[in-house]
Design a protein around this ligand. Sequence first.
Ligand SMILES: NC(=O)c1ccc[n+]([C@@H]2O[C@H](COP(=O)([O-])OP(=O)(O)OC[C@H]3O[C@@H](n4cnc5c(N)ncnc54)[C@H](OP(=O)(O)O)[C@@H]3O)[C@@H](O)[C@H]2O)c1
Length: 439
Amino acid sequence: MRAIRVAIAGLGFVGRQTARLLKANQNRISESLGAKLELAAVCDRRVQREAAGLGLGKSVLRTRDPRELLKLPGLDIIVELLGGLEAPLQLVLGALKSGRHVVTANKALLAHHWNEIQGLASKNSARVYHEASVAGGIPIISALDKGFAADRIEAVYGILNGTTNYLLTRGEEGLDMDSALREAQNLGLAEKNPKIDLSGQDTAQKISILGSLLTGAWLNPSRIARQGIYGLDRSDIDFAKANLGRTPRLLGTLRLNWPKAAGSAGVRIEAHVYPTLVPLNHPLAAVRREYNAVLVHASCAGDLMFYGKGAGPDPAASAVVSDIFTLARDILCAAPVKKRKPAALQLTPSAQYSSPFYLRLLAQDKPGVLAQITAALGRRAVSIASIHQPNAGAAKGRGTLIILTTHPTTQGRFEQALKAILALKAVAPRHTVLRILEC
Ligand SMILES: NC(=O)c1ccc[n+]([C@@H]2O[C@H](COP(=O)([O-])OP(=O)(O)OC[C@H]3O[C@@H](n4cnc5c(N)ncnc54)[C@H](OP(=O)(O)O)[C@@H]3O)[C@@H](O)[C@H]2O)c1
């Protein structure tokens, strides 16, 4: 029986669970493949300690240095689960240079080095599978890559970060943001330094991967407009629920406008990450805690929703093992490596994005202030949908909260109006801006 030889680099949470799942499903996988899937090597800085308890055979090479894996003869697949950027990049490029195939769960690596990695893979007829890099256990990468041969994907949006979703939904349940963050950290759902999640950077990296996958061209994550959930507090969540019938979710969004005819200009893309108020009866409002959901709009298939656990060693390792299995099958049947001409990307400037907005301000409680604020919006042709003063007159001398919502307008116009409002003496600098989902 032919053997497909696999090495795992990184025996952390995901690497150890991947090794366990491979072992537990060895017979089932071999039966379906008609070949043996053999774990030939593992690598970790503390390889002896991390490999102990995984039940690996004596013949499995254990090394502390990822570069050792590149010297191993007869290796078919290198699974990169180190995390970080530098060592994974060297390992992945080294593997592809020698025509070995790669599985990785590393979203930062793919988002920042897409061109380099895919270019080298294509040159050497090697494959890079990365299901676990977006939305954990949800098979969104293979769905988008293989599930829509007859379609154009026109939009992909949703909740791609479990940490922020945990905080927002615990906020909905009555917890303040700081306590929700401490709770998420205690449960291992948030990093000690949660900046990458809370700033929307993690979601932007995932949107970058999805955009690059769909167009074949690199969507640079630093060009994706983003706003995290900093500044949003429980009063916004409570207010939106009680008065607007909505609740906030951090949404990553891709809208693709494909050229009508071959040879015409490239695909126009809208790509952003914003905290957004969704109606309480919208499917995204039902996505709670660390769960993720991705909505896809395809030209023929219409609207689809993918839902599941977005992170955690079990869902991530499940996606990694699926990639290893698919890759092994592709190797065995010598499936041709997909070659694709990248589409020319035209990223729409964020000033042109259109949305209704929610704005919370703190202003002096005196006559004329509201008129100044509405005038600033009116001068930029931003039309107001509603104005609320939830604590008017209640906190004398401490200012009044003004919460307003707008009709759809461009981000450029809204930002100009906001700048003028924040320049008013009577308005405090601290404020909250949220998008409102149109549906
Ligand atoms: N955890 C999840 O829920 C999840 C979900 C989806 C995707 N991912 C991705 O999966 C990857 C692995 O995540 P993880 O949570 O398993 O991380 P982890 O627990 O930190 O595991 C990484 C392991 O690799 C080792 N390592 C890192 N650099 C090394 C090097 N240069 N040489 C030798 N060993 C090295 C680390 O050792 P040290 O600890 O000594 O650095 C650690 O034992 C990451 O890219 C992550 O973004 C994770």
